[in-house]
Design a protein around this ligand. Structure first.
Ligand code: ZN
Length: 256
């Protein structure tokens, strides 16, 4: 029996994965590793957000390729990108989704051990203070050189667009699958939920777009896990399964 199962899985791999009969080759996925170069992102105990998100992004590249997708990365090395460079590639005409990968941090040292968890964001204005605070931190580096009026114009241009509903759905599928996978192997991974927030890196992208905060590098337990290959693989698989689920449902919705 074991032999048969092994044989079956080999067949599935040869068939291109993604389930029998699923051809993903018409779908381009754009993955954006946050920060890079002089912009380290969040820092804690020598660990840098820019390094962590690049490691996860490289795993995502492989996994999406295995599923048969075409994949573009906004960066595959330690370099800084301007906001326009990040989103221009996401606007490639047949890109299906844009996923920006980040890691979270808090400033209050006395709460480092308490604040943890995985969160997924989609672009929308919000009054929620926590979401605003996280967006402000992530926005600081990508907004260098952009004046206030331009910021307001670009964000207003997309805030009521049809992509919000799709981005929200994508965020839910990705978040649920990440949490399911992580909690199947690790104890007590906190589900920080799906939240709206005004992240500028999502503004220029006219595809369903989400920003994943994979965990808090200021939390000692989570930081240690985040830099292990096993934990990164559960995050990666969760994101890929979430995208599969979203796109499969989308196909059913539009009726083909
Ligand atoms: Zn970040």
């Amino acid at each position: 029996m074991k032999k048969m199962i092994a044989g079956l899985s080999v067949l599935l791999v040869i068939a291109g994965c993604g389930g029998p009969g699923v051809d993903r080759s018409d779908s381009l996925i754009v993955i954006d590793a946050g920060h890079g170069g002089h912009d380290s992102g969040a820092l804690c105990e020598g660990s840098k957000e820019k390094d962590l998100v690049l490691q996860i992004t490289k795993k995502l590249y492989k996994e999406f390729k295995n599923e048969g997708y075409r994949v573009h990365l906004t960066r595959s090395s330690d370099k800084f990108l301007k906001l326009g460079q990040r989103t221009r590639i996401a606007d490639h005409k047949d890109a299906k989704v844009f996923i920006s990968i980040h890691a979270n941090a808090i400033g209050d040292k006395s709460r480092f051990s308490q604040v943890e968890g995985v969160e997924t964001y989609f672009l929308q204005k919000t009054r929620d203070e926590k979401s605003q605070r996280i967006a402000a931190r992530e926005n600081a580096s990508v907004l260098q050189g952009t004046d206030k009026l331009s910021k307001d114009v670009i964000i207003d241009a997309v805030l009521n667009g049809p992509k919000i509903i799709q981005s929200h759905k994508l965020a839910i599928d990705v978040q649920n699958n990440m949490i399911k996978n992580l909690n199947s192997k690790y104890k007590g991974v906190k589900d920080g939920g799906v939240r709206p927030a005004p992240f500028y890196v999502l503004v220029g992208a006219s595809r369903p777009s989400i920003l994943v905060e994979v965990g808090y590098i200021t939390n000692p337990k989570e930081r240690q896990r985040l830099f292990t290959s096993g934990y990164q693989e559960e995050i990666t698989e969760g994101i890929v399964e979430g995208v599969n689920q979203y796109l499969d449902n989308r196909k059913k919705e539009v009726g083909f």
